[in-house]
Design a protein around this ligand. Structure first.
Ligand code: CP
Length: 322
């Protein structure tokens, strides 16, 4: 069931930038096996039995938090959900002290989402626990990028040479940054588009193309990945109004007609319907938004499995947990 031949040596998953192409493919191949496992009547394997995983989410999440929780359960780990609002954060306890407490309670893996860029990297220097970055400020969201790559490969196989347009608020998007690194490592051609205040030309130094012409950006793309406006990270408004944004850059039926008939519409969620994407497209068969969510579970199982020292070449998946 598992095809990856590569042994994973990393203790943490903090970023995509540092991963090699081979490491990315090892996660994607391992996730393929876990997706097959998810189709069986017994979906659990005891790969992480006896391990403790903590979801340390200091910023809201639906998809990432729930899929990491399910991923840990499917691998038979014990999972604890930390809720910032109901914790001693409210009494002034620091992130470092919180992580030290989780370490003292023998957490094996801490999955962290935090509004500050670099928070997971900081913790990796102060505790011995394995860390998984579930999104840090506008910096990185590696498992979102991995599940997006997985979803693209499911559609077209090899994505080398495929054209991927990322449309929307790139400046404040950790999803965009992690996707760009992952896509470039796998050989895709990346175009960024949106209002100039949210898509600085300087992003071309990463190795992608920047355009402010929507028709040019979407008419030849194989994949169009839409991003929401991340108001929570903007200190002041970057464009006159949401209505104006939608009028200039929102994907609607008329603009969908500019795209190739088989161009795939993606969105990491949450979707602001009627702003970056019209509902009828979000819910159409051109959209893979819910496939991305489904694939997030398999990808996060693969990440937890690999950083725990799991060897995909030895995992047959035929020993269901009781
Ligand atoms: N895509 C994503 O990170 O969604 P959540 O904020 O719901 O986890």
């Amino acid at each position: 069931m598992f095809n990856s031949q590569m042994t994973w040596k990393r203790k943490h998953l903090l970023d995509i930038y540092n991963l090699s192409k081979e490491e990315i493919l090892a996660v994607l191949d391992t996730a393929k096996g876990f997706k097959q496992l998810g189709r069986r009547s017994i979906k659990k394997i005891p790969a992480l039995r006896g391990k403790t995983v903590v979801n340390l989410f200091v910023e809201p999440s639906t998809r990432t938090r729930i899929s990491f929780e399910l991923a840990a359960q499917r691998l038979a780990a014990d999972i604890v959900n930390f809720t910032a609002e109901a914790s001693s954060f409210k009494k002034g306890e620091t992130l470092k002290d919180t992580a030290k407490i989780l370490e003292a309670l023998s957490a094996d893996i801490v999955i962290i989402r935090h509004r500050s860029a670099g928070a997971p990297h900081f913790l990796s220097r102060v505790v011995n626990t394995s860390l998984v970055n579930a999104g840090d400020g506008a910096h990185a969201h590696p498992t979102q990028a991995l599940l997006d790559l997985f979803t693209m490969r499911e559609k077209v196989g090899d994505i080398a040479g495929k054209k991927v347009t990322i449309l929307g608020d790139i400046l404040f998007s950790r999803v965009a940054r992690s996707n760009i690194w992952g896509l470039l490592k796998l050989g895709a051609q990346v175009t960024l588009c949106g209002p100039p205040t949210l898509v600085p030309k300087s992003l071309e130094s990463m190795g992608c193309k920047v355009t402010y012409n929507l028709k040019e950006a979407i008419s030849t793309a194989d994949f169009i990945n839409l991003l929401r406006i991340q108001h929570e990270r903007q200190r002041h408004s970057m464009f006159p109004s949401l209505g104006e944004y939608s009028k200039l850059f929102g994907l609607n039926k008329e603009r969908l007609a500019w795209t190739r008939p088989n161009a795939v519409i993606m969105h990491p969620g949450p979707v602001n319907r009627g702003v970056e994407l019209d509902s009828e497209i979000a819910d159409s068969d051109r959209s893979v938004i819910l496939d991305q969510v489904t694939n997030g579970l398999a990808v996060r199982m693969a990440v937890l499995f690999l950083i725990s020292g799991g060897d995909p070449s030895k995992e047959t998946g035929d020993k269901p947990s009781t």
